[in-house]
Write a protein that binds this ligand. Structure first.
Ligand code: ACM
Length: 554
C-alpha cells in the first residue's frame, strides 16, 4: 500500500471491493452540501473538530444528522485499540470508528488526507467544486503510544498563535505529545504569579547572538515574550481537543540563568555576583546554575505548584508527566562554592554529580507525592532514579538502554538521529548549518528501539520524539524549515509498523510525499523543498557549526 498518499502509512488499506476502479483507486466517494455528521456517544469532540476544519475548507455546514445517506458517522468500537480506528469510505456515507475518541480523531485525520490538499485550507477556493475521495477501508493503529515533538520556546520565543499552529501540525501527522521546553538560560516563558520577576525580567534579553555562538553577529534588538497562565490553559485545552498531551519542561538545576537573572538568590552568590547576571544573549551551556539550597527547592516547589494547576494530569494520556530537564548542569560553581560543598558534606554525598541527583530526587519525590511522574533528560540516571521516573534518551541510545534495563520508561530521542535543528543536507546553502547531516531519508530510517533490548526491556520504550532546539531559528519560518519535511518521516517512524531500517521503502515514502507536500503547501508550512532552500530560506554569511563525518553513538 503506497499509492494512497497517506502519511503516516496505515497498517491496512483496502480499496472498496466490487466497485469499479478508476486508475487503481477504486470507486469515488464524496461529501457535499447535504453531508451531516452523526456523532455517537463519546465522539462529540471529534465532530466539533471535523466541523470546524472541514467546514472551513469546504464551506459546508456539516450539521448534526443521522437520517440521511449523506453523512459521516463517528462512533466508538471497544474492540479496537484506544488509538486504533477503522475508516470506511463508501458512496456518500462514511464511517469512522475508533477504540476511544483518540482513535476516531486519528481516523478523521486520515479522512481529511484522503479528501486532498484543499481540505487543509481555511476557506474554499471555489464554491462549486466536488469533494471526492477514493472508496477505501482503512484499519490502523499506532506502533508507539508516545509520538512527540519537543519545541524549545526559550531560545526563541514562539508566540501563542504559532504554538497552536504547531499543535494542528502535530495532529495532522498523528503525533500526540507536545514537549514544551519553557525555560532555559535565554528566557523564562511562563507566567508564575507568585514570582512575577520570572517574566518581568526573565522573559526577555536585550540582544541575541545571530548564528552559532562563535558567530560575530548580533541581532541588536530586544527579544522576548511569555505565555500568561490563561494562554497555557488555552494551549493545553487546544491540545487536548486534538488528543495531544502537553508535557511542560522546567529545566533544573542547569539551564537556569534566566531564572537567576530574575531572582539572584537562586544562584551561587558565594562565587559569582548573581545580582549582575542578565538573561543570556548567546548560546551554549551556561555555568550559572542553581544554588543547592532549601530556599531554591522551596522556590521551585512554588513554581511547580502553579504549573500543576495549569497542566492537569487528566488532560491526556501523558499529561501526568512533568519534565524537569536535568541535562548539562555545569559543576564549576558548585566545585568552588563553600555553600554547595557544605551541602555535599551535610547530605553525605560523594561529589557534585550526587548533588545534582539529590536535586532531581527531591523533585521526583515531590512530584510522585502529587500523583505525577517525573521525566528528565538522560543525565538524571547518573545518581540513580526513583521507580516511577522516566528518561528522555538524547545523548544517543545508551541512556535509554540503561534506563529500560533498570525498569524505567524511556522516550527515545537520540540527538544523532532526531534533533531537527541539525542540518538536513551537506550543501553550502543550508541556513546556519549545525552538527551532522540528517536527511529526510536518515530520519525515515531511524529506529527507536535498539536491538540490544530484550522484548521485555523494549516494552519500556514508550515511544519517540523529535527535538527542536531553536538557537538558530529566529522566527517561525526557520522552525518550519528545520522541522519539515522531516517531521513527516518521523511521524511514520512513530506511527507505522515499518520494517527494519534497511528494508524501509523510502522510494515509496517519497512518492507519498508528493501528495503530502501539497497538504503542507495548503497549510502554509515553509518546509525545505527537496531541491534545497529557496533564496529567502538561506542565511548567507551567518556562521553555523557543521560537524563532518558520521555521528558517534549510532
Ligand atoms: C539537550 O539537548 N541538552 C537535552
Amino acid at each position: 500500500m503506497t499509492d494512497s498518499g497517506l502519511i503516516p502509512a496505515p497498517r491496512h488499506l483496502a480499496w472498496a471491493p466490487g466497485r469499479p476502479r478508476q486508475e487503481g483507486l477504486g470507486g469515488r466517494a464524496g461529501i457535499d452540501a447535504r453531508t451531516t455528521i452523526e456523532a455517537r456517544l463519546g465522539t462529540e469532540g471529534v465532530a466539533r473538530w471535523l466541523r470546524a476544519t472541514l467546514g472551513a475548507a469546504t464551506g459546508f455546514g456539516l450539521g448534526d444528522g443521522h437520517d440521511t445517506d449523506h453523512r459521516i458517522v463517528l462512533g466508538i468500537d471497544p474492540h479496537l485499540a484506544p488509538e486504533g480506528y477503522r475508516l470506511v469510505v463508501e458512496g456518500r456515507t462514511h464511517r469512522i470508528e475508533g477504540g476511544a475518541p483518540a482513535g476516531v480523531f486519528w481516523g478523521a485525520q486520515t479522512f481529511r488526507q484522503l479528501l486532498g490538499p484543499d481540505a487543509y485550507r481555511r476557506a474554499p477556493l471555489r464554491p462549486d467544486r466536488d469533494w471526492e475521495l477514493p472508496e477505501v477501508t482503512v484499519e490502523d493503529a499506532p506502533r508507539f503510544p508516545w509520538r512527540g515533538l519537543m519545541l524549545d520556546v526559550s531560545r526563541h520565543f514562539m508566540p501563542k498563535e504559532g504554538v497552536l499552529r504547531h499543535l494542528d501540525l502535530l495532529a495532522a501527522h498523528k503525533l500526540n505529545v507536545f514537549h514544551f521546553h519553557l525555560t532555559d538560560d535565554q528566557g523564562w516563558r511562563v507566567q508564575i504569579k507568585r514570582f512575577p520577576r520570572l517574566t518581568e525580567v526573565g522573559s526577555w534579553r536585550a540582544r541575541t547572538k545571530f548564528g552559532h555562538r562563535a558567530s560575530p553577529l548580533w541581532e541588536e534588538k530586544p527579544h522576548g515574550g511569555f505565555y500568561t497562565q490563561d494562554d497555557i490553559r488555552e494551549i493545553v485545552a487546544y491540545a487536548a481537543e486534538r488528543h495531544i498531551s502537553v508535557v511542560p519542561e522546567i529545566d533544573i538545576p542547569g539551564h537556569s540563568q534566566a531564572a537567576i537573572a530574575a531572582y539572584p538568590e537562586l544562584g551561587n552568590s558565594d562565587v559569582i555576583d548573581t545580582a549582575s547576571l542578565t538573561v543570556w544573549d548567546s548560546w551554549g551551556v551556561s555555568k550559572n546554575v542553581l544554588a543547592p539550597t532549601d530556599d531554591t527547592l522551596r522556590f521551585y516547589e512554588g513554581v511547580f505548584e502553579e504549573l500543576l494547576d495549569l497542566f492537569p494530569a487528566d488532560a491526556g494520556p501523558f499529561s501526568h508527566f512533568f519534565h524537569i530537564g536535568g541535562d548539562e548542569c555545569a559543576k564549576e560553581q558548585w566545585e568552588r562554592s563553600p555553600a554547595a560543598q557544605a551541602r555535599i558534606q551535610e547530605l553525605d554525598l560523594a561529589d557534585e554529580d550526587e548533588l545534582q541527583s539529590w536535586f532531581v530526587r527531591h523533585f521526583d519525590n515531590w512530584l510522585s507525592a502529587r500523583g505525577r511522574r517525573l521525566i528528565g533528560w538522560d543525565e538524571i540516571l547518573e545518581g540513580g532514579l526513583a521507580d516511577g521516573a522516566a528518561v528522555s534518551s538524547w545523548r544517543g541510545y545508551q541512556g535509554g538502554i540503561t534506563a529500560a534495563r533498570a525498569g524505567h520508561d524511556v522516550v527515545m530521542c537520540p540527538e544523532q538521529q532526531v534533533y531537527l535543528d541539525y542540518r538536513q543536507d551537506a550543501g553550502e546553502d543550508e541556513p546556519v548549518p549545525i552538527a551532522y547531516v540528517r536527511t529526510l531519508e536518515d530520519v525515515y530510517r531511524f529506529e527507536p528501539v535498539p536491538s540490544e533490548l530484550t522484548e521485555a526491556e523494549a516494552r519500556h520504550v514508550l515511544g519517540t520524539q523529535a527535538n527542536v532546539w531553536t538557537e538558530v531559528m529566529e522566527d517561525p519560518a526557520r522552525v518550519d524549515y528545520q522541522v519539515f519535511p522531516r517531521l513527516a518521516a518521523f511521524a511514520e517512524v512513530a506511527w507505522s509498523a515499518l520494517p527494519a531500517p534497511a528494508e524501509r521503502d523510502f522510494a515509496g515514502f517519497e512518492r507519498r510525499m508528493a501528495a503530502h507536500y501539497g497538504r503542507l503547501d495548503a497549510l502554509g508550512v515553509a518546509y525545505r523543498p527537496p531541491g534545497g532552500p529557496l533564496p529567502w530560506q538561506k542565511r548567507p554569511g551567518v556562521l553555523g557549526r557543521p560537524i563532518e563525518g558520521a555521528p558517534p553513538n549510532v
